[in-house]
Unconditional design. Structure first.
Length: 397
């Protein structure tokens, strides 16, 4: 009997590890984040950089086991979809993402696509972070969108005032891509320039999407003899071609845009002809980068193979989403809780050195409520090879 008992104990002890091995491991919780933006065509870099930034942030958290929310570790999964700058495609993407339970979506990048997905987000009780500037996305009664960066009508007047005071600009011309997003930026820019006492010599000229020969439209602009030309809402692939056309036609004045640009594209296509070109800069420039931002740049390069200046404007969205969820785990599934938190949420900006800059939601001055990510306002100047920071400011709240 003793031998039989010993045998049973031996068999039992051998079976325990086998049972443990065969038992299913507890799956880690997953937090799905959507990216819905333009990732092909002339404006491709806008959506691609949104995608790369979200994926890089996810890489950094996942390398440490995920993000801790409410005592649980969540692996971050980024689901990125190309809307091809087509409103219907953007709607289809948003419907797909929200049907899969995604509550937070980064993008879209253009007014038309962002406005198109607005009803989808409202029905799904989800929240998106567009890089589009239409005020009706962010002002009441709208409540499903948070502006992810600095808007053209916020940075434009600061640029024009600088050009007037420092560069002697007295007359200004505006040229826009013929789509609602860029035309709205053009109209806002014209009004801002007039308020500053600048003479607007061209206020409604435009070119069609897909244009490759910009000499005819630029010839018309230069005939108005402006001191400065604003390329309203210009896509990164179009900017160097427009700049090159202006310089080849003999324009000697200054040029700018209120959209984020890619220095590599400018350098490759326009080179020295783009020297002095002003644009919205990355909100975490080398001069103000924290160690955490430097780590992000390194991780971004590892994923993408290079650094894109525009990523400095788009590094903030997912980091801020995660911070709010960590503070209030109820917001994981309840977007209303997230919106409530936006009114008072504040944290040390992890991307700016010194530990004194706050990262919070802003926008009261322009939208009547906090419906904008409060990134630093940065204006860059291109030196023919890369961007240099001209000045850093803040958005009025």
């Amino acid at each position: 009997m003793k031998k039989q008992s010993a045998l049973r104990l031996t068999l039992l002890s051998m079976s325990v590890p086998l049972l443990l091995l065969s038992a299913p491991a507890r799956a880690q919780e997953t937090l799905k984040i959507g990216v819905d933006g333009v990732m092909s065509g002339e404006a491709a870099s806008w959506g691609l950089v949104n995608k790369y930034c979200a994926e890089t942030t996810a890489d950094m958290y996942n390398a440490k086991g995920g993000v801790t929310i409410g005592g649980k570790k969540y692996k971050i999964e980024v689901i990125a979809l190309d809307d091809k700058n087509d409103p219907q495609a953007s709607v289809t993407n948003a419907e797909k993402l929200t049907s899969e339970g995604v509550k937070y979506i980064i993008g879209p990048n253009i007014d038309t696509t962002a406005l198109a997905v607005k009803p989808v987000m409202e029905r799904a009780k989800a929240l998106d972070f567009p890089y589009a500037f239409a005020k009706e996305l962010y002002k009441a009664p709208a409540n499903s969108s948070v502006l992810g960066m600095v808007a053209s009508y916020q940075v434009g007047p600061i640029m024009y005032e600088y050009l007037k005071a420092k560069k002697g600009v007295k007359s200004i011309a505006f040229l826009a891509r013929n789509e609602s997003d860029a035309k709205n930026q053009q109209a806002e820019g014209v009004e801002a320039a007039k308020r500053l006492g600048l003479k607007v010599v061209a206020d409604s000229d435009s070119y069609e999407p897909g244009t490759k020969d910009f000499m005819p439209v630029m010839t018309k602009i230069i005939r108005t003899k402006p001191d400065h030309i604003v390329l309203s809402g210009v896509a990164p692939a179009d900017a160097p071609l427009l700049i090159k056309a202006a310089r080849d036609l003999g324009f000697k004045g200054t040029m700018s845009t209120e959209t984020a640009q890619d220095s590599k594209i400018l350098a490759q296509v326009a080179g020295a002809k783009a020297a002095g070109f002003l644009s919205v800069g990355g909100a975490s420039t080398p001069e103000i980068q924290s160690d955490y931002m430097k780590a992000f740049v390194s991780a971004y390069k590892k994923r993408v193979g290079e650094w894109n200046d525009e990523a400095g404007t788009k590094v903030y969205a997912l980091e801020l989403i995660l911070a709010v969820l960590q503070k209030d785990p109820a917001a994981l599934n309840d977007v209303d809780a997230f919106k409530k938190d936006m009114a008072t949420f504040s944290m040390t900006n992890p991307f700016v050195k010194g530990g004194k800059t706050r990262l919070e939601f802003t926008g009261n001055a322009d939208f009547g409520r906090r419906s904008q990510v409060g990134v630093p306002l940065v204006v860059n100047e291109f030196d023919g090879k890369e961007f240099k920071t001209l000045f850093v400011g803040t958005i009025k709240n």
